[in-house]
Design a protein around this ligand. Structure first.
Ligand SMILES: Cc1cc2nc3c(=O)[nH]c(=O)nc-3n(C[C@H](O)[C@H](O)[C@H](O)COP(=O)(O)OP(=O)(O)OC[C@H]3O[C@@H](n4cnc5c(N)ncnc54)[C@H](O)[C@@H]3O)c2cc1C
Length: 493
């Protein structure tokens, strides 16, 4: 088979590239490892009609082009949904974003007094040389509030001790939040800053496909096929090499039954993890590239869908679990994302999210044991009665987060520079494809620009300059044509 462009991976980045290319009449073949689902991390898993979103995907972009793209694909099926999320701590649900009045009243007078005293102590005896996330938060909020609202969840998600996370992240992420002012304002004194008003209005809603994010990507796949593109499911590229004379790519695509197909292409777009691409290229013969490839790390994730009889116990889209006695990090309530995610209105469906590393105890646990743990934990938290749980299913998501550590940038540069000659018509796109911590809109933007380059036969658009979407849903304006730097914690050097 010969195509102009071979695309590895049918996630948002690959599908966007294929859609744009086929719309312009270009020939495309896509290779997707999953036998059934397109959408990658943004797929929606259908379990007996119950739809699980792998992480809860809000559709919100500061890029007008991306917002218009979503409307083009989904039309009326794109809902505008209210956003609500709270923090669970000590059997209580606290407003998120945190409001001082709500937090202090729910903590109760004794704990509230302890928090205020601990805050006062931190003002008197602050850390002088602040290098860690922990030190920064303790200086600004006091140790007790750090322990209640920052430590547990941060450590669950990132798998790092707060003492090992650089203070920069806290300084950028929690900027503008001043406890003293917040307390004053909670008593109706003082004026909220204009910036706070903007945040309040913009985080209150987001767009969402009626049947979950996968509906967007399944529709996109159907349109690609209707526009003449080929989608090869349950397949991976086992080897890929470039013909010295013609410069054409020759890929061996192997399907789930071991059947091999030779595909030649003028361009390859890879959204597979960079270290997997290195293997496909056989570039791990080069010691420096092999070492860099090995050095790229990921954080993994699994979600356990629990189906319960009766009405859900909370209306929020999701709840952050700050309780250190359970391992679950976040709980999704899929019906609040869209009522049609749950086929039987007399049931509810929760997504118990566990952040882990492939190969650790959680990841390796048998599904039955994971379900037993999830049932026990949701019961312990008092958010559902384990006896009401009628069914459950586990979904694993390897490489959910590309890890930003001290060496990741050097590693990515070593690989891209080592393969620079080939990368002239080998295009890297997407999240793991570029080892960039980005959301769907950013992954899509790299696909849109790559398609523009291929169609025009130039390298006019540099996908590496598309920055990640900053504070994301916590601020900024939808469709404002501005995608900014995304904030990710880094380990202290
Ligand atoms: C917990 C969590 C919450 C998130 N929340 C949001 C949110 O609220 N809003 C938002 O916009 N984004 C969110 N994201 C980010 C979003 O999921 C990603 O940005 C997006 O899916 C990246 O798209 P991609 O195409 O680059 O990669 P992926 O989604 O990873 O897709 C890559 C595809 O390539 C396939 N593939 C990989 N290697 C190979 C290979 N060797 N051969 C064949 N196929 C291969 C995979 O199977 C997959 O289908 C969230 C992510 C996580 C983990």
């Amino acid at each position: 088979m010969h195509v102009e462009t071979l695309i590895i991976g049918a996630g948002p980045a690959g599908l966007t590239t294929a859609y744009e290319l086929t719309k312009a009449g270009r020939s495309v073949a896509m290779v997707e490892r999953d036998t059934f689902y397109v959408g990658g991390i943004s797929r929606t898993v259908n379990y007996k009609g119950y739809r699980f979103d792998i992480g809860g995907h809000r559709f919100f972009s500061k890029s007008a082009e991306v917002e218009a793209w979503w409307t083009e694909i989904m039309g009326d099926e794109m809902l505008q949904r209210p956003r609500s999320s709270r923090i669970y701590y000590n059997s209580k649900l606290f407003d998120y974003p945190l409001r001082a009045g709500d937090a202090l009243s729910k903590l109760g007078p004794v704990e509230a007094l302890r928090c205020v005293l601990s805050y006062g102590w931190a003002q008197l005896r602050p850390y002088k040389n602040v290098v860690s996330f922990e030190q920064w938060v303790v200086n600004n909020f006091g140790r007790r509030l750090f322990q209640i609202f920052f430590k547990t969840y941060t450590e669950k998600v990132w798998g790092m001790d707060c003492n090992d996370i650089s203070a920069d992240w806290a300084a950028q992420r929690i900027k503008g939040l001043n406890l003293y002012q917040a307390i004053i304002q909670s008593f109706g004194l003082g004026k909220p800053k204009a910036h706070d008003d903007v945040i309040k209005t913009l985080i209150n809603s987001f767009r969402y496909p009626r049947l979950g994010p996968g509906q967007m990507w399944e529709r996109t796949r159907d349109k690609i096929v209707a526009q003449g593109g080929k989608v090869m499911m349950g397949s991976t590229v086992t080897t890929i090499s470039q013909h010295h004379g013609t410069g054409q790519w020759v890929a061996i695509v192997t399907d789930a039954h071991g059947k091999e197909t030779k595909v030649t292409a003028d361009h390859v777009v890879s959204t597979a993890a960079i270290n997997e691409l290195v293997k496909m290229l056989g570039a791990d013969n080069d010691a420096a590239v092999a070492a860099a490839s090995k050095g790229l790390r990921y954080r993994d994730f699994l979600i356990i869908g629990l189906i319960t009889r009766g009405k859900e116990s909370f209306d929020d889209n999701w709840i952050y679990i700050h309780d250190p006695s359970v391992k679950v990090g976040r709980i999704q309530n899929f019906k609040s994302w869209s009522p049609d995610m749950v086929p039987d209105p007399d049931t509810a469906c929760y997504g118990m999210e566990y952040f882990c590393n492939a190969g650790d105890d959680t990841w390796d646990m048998a599904d039955a044991d994971l379900i037993a743990r999830a049932k026990f934990e949701i019961g312990k938290l008092g958010l559902a009665n384990p006896d009401d749980i009628v069914d459950a299913s586990v979904v694993r998501q390897p490489k959910a987060y590309p890890v930003y550590d001290d060496t990741y940038k050097i590693n990515v540069d070593t690989i891209t520079e080592g393969l620079a000659e080939q990368f002239k018509n080998m295009h890297l796109a997407g999240r793991n494809g570029m080892h960039k911590y980005n959301n769907q809109d950013h992954a899509m933007m790299t696909g849109i620009l790559t398609a523009k380059n291929i169609i025009a036969g130039t390298e006019a658009h540099d996908v590496w300059t598309v920055n990640e979407d900053a504070e994301y849903h916590e601020g900024g304006q939808a469709g404002a044509d501005k995608i900014e730097e995304r904030l990710v914690p880094r380990r202290i050097a």
